[in-house]
Design a protein around this ligand. Structure first.
Ligand code: 8IG
Length: 288
């Protein structure tokens, strides 16, 4: 039991650890430190491909190759424990059959956590600092297209960033034409010709949209609603990586689906689809 009183409270405040990205002069320097941590912890000096596995995609890590090391994300500089049930919180190095190394990030920091966009994109910048030239971003999301059913994987063709934020600092003008690589989308469709694609709309969350907001997203040209990925994709492009984005439609967006949205339902849809979409992702990675 803690005693109420001024003494201990002052002590705790002075002990509050500062996050390495808060106030750092250069977030890329922090990413290079994190990449060195990963090299040390995994024994793998260079990674070629990086994957962020969102809700429903975790099993892909077991299918794409041989896991050579798994490290809790909290042991890597700048990473935080995942705030969401259903997100695993580890970083794995996987040897692919092709001889390449994949870095699998099972810990995503969401924008809605409120720690700022530097922390949101730290995993992407770290992946780039490990040498990865390809960034595969996956997520669970809501679908606006009526032809989609929960459990369908879809390719992200473009995004609308409704966070009103950017990972770029200062006058860093980055071209986002073809942000989601047409080459990689074609490669994915070569493996599964039934794959549809759509425009991902990143909302801040963590609340789901109102039906009116879903109609707004639809009117603007959005097909997928989610709470991640767009800011990460921008950072990946800034780092010069080629980006593949995929969403697992776990639910139809609010108002498109007439029943209420629940996180439990979203997790269940992810579990039901996990085997099939993970296999698909493994086949895509094998073809890279
Ligand atoms: I899973 O319907 C999942 N994530 N914004 N809307 C938003 N994010 C989501 C949704 C959804 N489903």
């Amino acid at each position: 039991m803690e005693e109420a009183g001024a003494g201990p409270r002052v002590e705790r405040m002075s002990e509050t650890p500062t996050h390495p990205l808060d106030g750092a002069a250069d977030p890329f320097e922090v990413a290079r430190t994190a990449a060195a941590d990963i090299a040390r912890a995994t024994g793998v000096a260079h990674h070629d491909i990086a994957l962020t596995l969102g809700s429903g995609w975790a099993k892909a890590a077991d299918l794409i190759g041989e896991t050579t090391a798994e490290v809790p994300a909290t042991e890597i500089t700048g990473f935080s424990a995942s705030a969401v049930v259903g997100h695993t919180g580890s970083i794995r190095s996987i040897a692919l059959p092709s001889g390449k190394n994949a870095l699998v990030i099972g810990a995503r920091t969401h924008y809605y956590e409120g720690h700022g966009v530097r922390r949101v994109v730290h995993s992407v910048r770290t992946a780039a600092a490990t040498g990865a030239r390809t960034m595969i971003l996956t997520n669970g999301a809501g679908g606006i297209k009526e032809t989609w059913t929960p459990g369908s994987p879809v390719l992200i063709s473009d995004h609308i960033n409704l966070t009103a934020d950017s990972p770029l600092e200062g006058a860093t003008f980055i071209d986002l034409t073809d942000l989601y690589s047409a080459r990689l989308r074609e490669l994915a469709k070569g493996i599964d010709p039934s794959l549809d694609e759509g425009v991902y709309t990143q909302f801040r969350g963590p609340h789901y949209e109102t039906p009116a907001e879903v109609q707004m997203a639809k009117a603007m040209g959005g097909h997928i609603v989610g709470m991640s990925t767009a800011l990460e994709a921008i950072a990946a492009r800034e780092a010069g990586m080629e980006v593949l984005g995929m969403s697992l439609i776990t639910n139809l967006a609010a108002g498109i689906q007439t029943t209420p949205l629940s996180h439990q339902e979203v997790l269940q849809a992810g579990r039901d689809a996990e085997g099939a979409i993970s296999q698909l992702l493994a086949r895509i990675v094998a073809a890279l």
